[in-house]
Design a protein around this ligand. Structure first.
Ligand SMILES: NC(=O)c1ccc[n+]([C@@H]2O[C@H](COP(=O)([O-])OP(=O)(O)OC[C@H]3O[C@@H](n4cnc5c(N)ncnc54)[C@H](OP(=O)(O)O)[C@@H]3O)[C@@H](O)[C@H]2O)c1
Length: 293
């Protein structure tokens, strides 16, 4: 079996990639502050990827045949308030990973984001101009550019909003929504913030497909549907049979956050669909997740 190195294996997406990749690859995963334990068939290592020596050592030891780089400081509000710390992992470490993949000439997939766009001209194709409205989005743009410069064979996979079952050390935004409603508290969701979300499992399959195809350049791995946060909440209430009296709506302008948020960063992912990427509808994805509970 070929060796696949997944950075950020303790994170939401990284954990889903481990689950999906195990049947095809010998899986190696890294974590930093959240130690992973006892995942059958996965070899797990603590690495601070912001330390180049640690990163280089892990690559030398493992000699991977492919890398999926998901590790990041992924919360836009945190990045906005911690610019240097987030730059080190989101930009510098990403560029270093591309450099090492170039040395080994191996497939490298990077998880960028829909937040590279300003949200004013959706749906977005790969060829549309980026214009991030927050620091996290800016860092992902810098990482995309640096990685492609270091290694033009990098697959820059722009990921949409992702949801799914909680993993050993990570959750998606869904778990907070469900808990709030189950506790009888009010859950206010935006009617004017649109995304093309997919489950962690679908996203993992998309990334593995790009590795398999040795895809080079930018690709959008969005879902089939454009949906507002509020409509997502309504579907979640329906599928998970949650009490709905406390599900309320609001507008982006009603909530102040450290990092500005673009309104509509829906993707046009037809290029990935043509390559065989097959997200389900949001409702079907939620139904599949509900079956796991
Ligand atoms: N979630 C979304 O909806 C979404 C949407 C678009 C794009 N993305 C992108 O997709 C990727 C995965 O997102 P996610 O939601 O799975 O993120 P996540 O749950 O926040 O996980 C982030 C991972 O990065 C690791 N990490 C952070 N700093 C590190 C460091 N200095 N050294 C080594 N590892 C470090 C974390 O390790 P520890 O926890 O062990 O410290 C964790 O495994 C990210 O690149 C994110 O920007 C996510």
């Amino acid at each position: 079996m070929k060796k696949l190195l997944i950075t950020g294996a303790s994170g939401f997406l990284g954990s889903h990639i481990i689950q999906v990749a195990q049947s095809t690859y010998e899986v190696y995963g890294t974590y930093n502050t959240h130690a992973l334990e006892g995942i059958d068939g996965a070899n797990l290592f603590k690495v601070n990827l912001a330390d180049f020596q640690e990163l280089k050592q892990i690559c030398t030891n493992i000699k991977p045949d492919a890398v999926i780089h998901t590790a990041a400081l992924s919360q836009p509000n945190y990045c906005q308030n911690h610019p240097e710390e987030s730059h080190a992992i989101n930009v510098t470490a990403s560029a270093n990973i591309a450099g090492l993949c170039a040395q080994y000439s191996i497939p490298c997939a990077f998880t960028s984001t829909d937040l590279v766009f300003d949200g004013k001209n959706a749906p977005y194709k790969e060829t549309d101009a980026v214009n991030p409205v927050n620091l996290y989005g800016e860092q992902k743009v810098l990482a995309e550019q640096a990685m492609l410069e270091q290694y033009p064979q990098t697959a820059v996979c722009r990921m949409p909003l992702m949801f799914g079952a909680a993993t050993q050390k990570a959750k998606s935004f869904m778990q907070g929504f469900i808990q709030t409603l189950e506790e009888g508290k009010e859950l206010k969701l935006f009617t004017d913030e649109y995304r093309t979300p997919v489950s962690g499992t679908t996203a993992a399959k998309g990334l593995l497909l790009m590795i398999e195809k040795n895809y080079h350049g930018v690709i959008h791995l969005g879902g089939k549907e454009r949906i507002s946060r509020y409509d997502f909440g309504k579907l979640m209430v329906e599928v998970f049979k949650l009490p709905d009296t406390n599900l309320k709506y609001c507008k982006q302008q009603d909530v102040q956050m450290s990092a500005p948020r673009p309104a509509d960063v829906s993707f046009d992912s037809s290029k990935a669909f043509a390559l065989g990427y097959k997200p389900l509808s949001v409702k079907e994805e939620l139904e599949a997740i509900a079956l796991l509970n």
